[in-house]
Design a protein around this ligand. Structure first.
Ligand SMILES: O=P(O)(O)OC[C@H]1O[C@](O)(COP(=O)(O)O)[C@@H](O)[C@@H]1O
Ligand SMILES: [Mg+2]
Ligand SMILES: [Mg+2]
Length: 349
């Protein structure tokens, strides 16, 4: 495949007679790439950087805030001040920031995803969504962010890993660009991604096993039984604790990711945030022929009720995501572990 630059890709998205919205999308992505390069440079400095992994208080969602979370938020907010963006809603901020009330876009962002990995030199990232700026930005700044994810104009994430990469969808496929230090720009590295519909790899934080509901336990039990269980094949398990890294892996080779709700206090809706994390990831996964649900319902159809709400998340290879929904919606099959053969029919690959 000839390597196309991000610029060439964005120009072809613009077409010959770009409308205001498309022009705004492109201008915003250009600002994002500059900001991401700055954040990557800070991450590359590791402990040599300024107060790199220090902690602050808690953010709007109640998570411990690291200095790098705040630093990344400031860099991206600053970049969005130079973009045609009306409102900036961040995981790190209580309320959206009003930037340019005339502008056509609203940006939702998780400026630094996977922050628990900062000190461990594991990939972290920045996740963003582009939404149409609806309503009156002064009167109701939350309104554009409470649209169902299906209304998004585009979504993406940067991953600060061994490679700096941008995963991007503007509504027709999911594209991966790697930053070329030689060219000083992002270059398309792969064909538009297609997530295989079947998989033998799952990702979940198994330390929470005792807190899960029965459907999730049964699903994982069946995977762990491997070729001797009802799935009749062996599985591999992964957990990076960095959503961007998990999603990147799924885009590259398939797999399924679960962060379900569980019995821990504050975790009934899992850990991930609908507006800042689940929606953009679901958009990218669907655009790559995968599926994303809250275990049952398609994520992109959920209408957010509040900016920082959490949602259970299951995404990846479409058949595996559908199978996990069946573990939830057909409890009779779940309740009766025996006879094994009755489950075999229902859950066979
Ligand atoms: O530590 P846990 O419970 O396994 O959760 C890991 C998940 O939390 C996250 O780190 C949440 O994102 P933030 O780092 O932006 O808060 C995800 O990237 C990851 O999938
Ligand atoms: Mg996150
Ligand atoms: Mg974060």
């Amino acid at each position: 495949m000839p390597a196309a630059t991000l610029d060439a890709f964005l120009n072809s998205y613009l077409g010959d007679q770009p409308d205001e919205r498309r022009s705004a999308v492109v201008a915003t992505i250009r600002q994002f790439t500059q900001a991401a390069t700055k954040v990557r440079n800070a991450i590359n400095q590791g402990a040599l950087g300024v107060a790199f992994a220090g902690t602050r208080g808690a953010n709007a969602g109640g998570d411990v805030q690291k200095d790098l979370d705040v630093f990344a938020d400031e860099i991206f907010l600053d970049a969005m001040r130079r973009a045609p963006v009306a409102l900036y809603a961040s995981e790190e901020l209580e309320q959206p920031v009003l930037l340019d009330r005339q502008a056509p876009l609203a940006v939702a962002i998780d400026p630094l995803d996977g922050s628990s990995n900062i000190d461990t030199n594991v990939s972290v990232g920045t996740i963003f969504s582009l939404l149409p700026a609806t309503g009156a930005p002064d009167a109701d700044p939350a309104a554009p962010f409470l649209q169902a994810g299906a209304n998004m104009l585009g979504a993406g994430f940067f991953i600060y890993g061994p490679q700096l990469a941008l995963v991007l969808s503007l509504g027709s496929g999911t594209h991966v660009f790697v930053h070329s230090t030689r060219l000083g720009t992002f270059v398309q590295a792969y064909e538009s991604r297609i997530i295989p519909e079947r998989t033998q790899e799952f990702a979940i934080n198994a330390a929470n096993y005792r807190h899960w509901d029965e459907a999730v336990r049964l699903y994982v039990d069946d995977c762990l039984e491997g070729s001797e269980g009802p799935r009749e094949k062996d599985f591999n398990m992964r957990w990076i604790a960095s959503l961007v890294a998990e999603c990147y892996r799924v885009l590259m080779r398939g797999g399924v990711f679960l962060y379900p709700g569980d019995q821990r206090r504050g975790y009934s809706q899992g850990r991930l945030r609908l507006v800042y994390e689940a929606n953009p990831i679901a958009y990218l996964v669907e655009q790559a022929a995968g599926a994303a649900t809250d275990a049952i319902t398609r994520i992109l159809e959920i209408e957010p009720e509040s900016l920082h709400q959490r949602v259970p998340v299951v995404f990846g290879s479409a058949r595996e995501v559908a199978r996990i929904a069946r573990y939830h919606t057909e409890p009779s099959a779940i309740g009766e572990r025996a006879p094994l053969f009755s489950r075999r029919g229902l859950f066979r690959a």
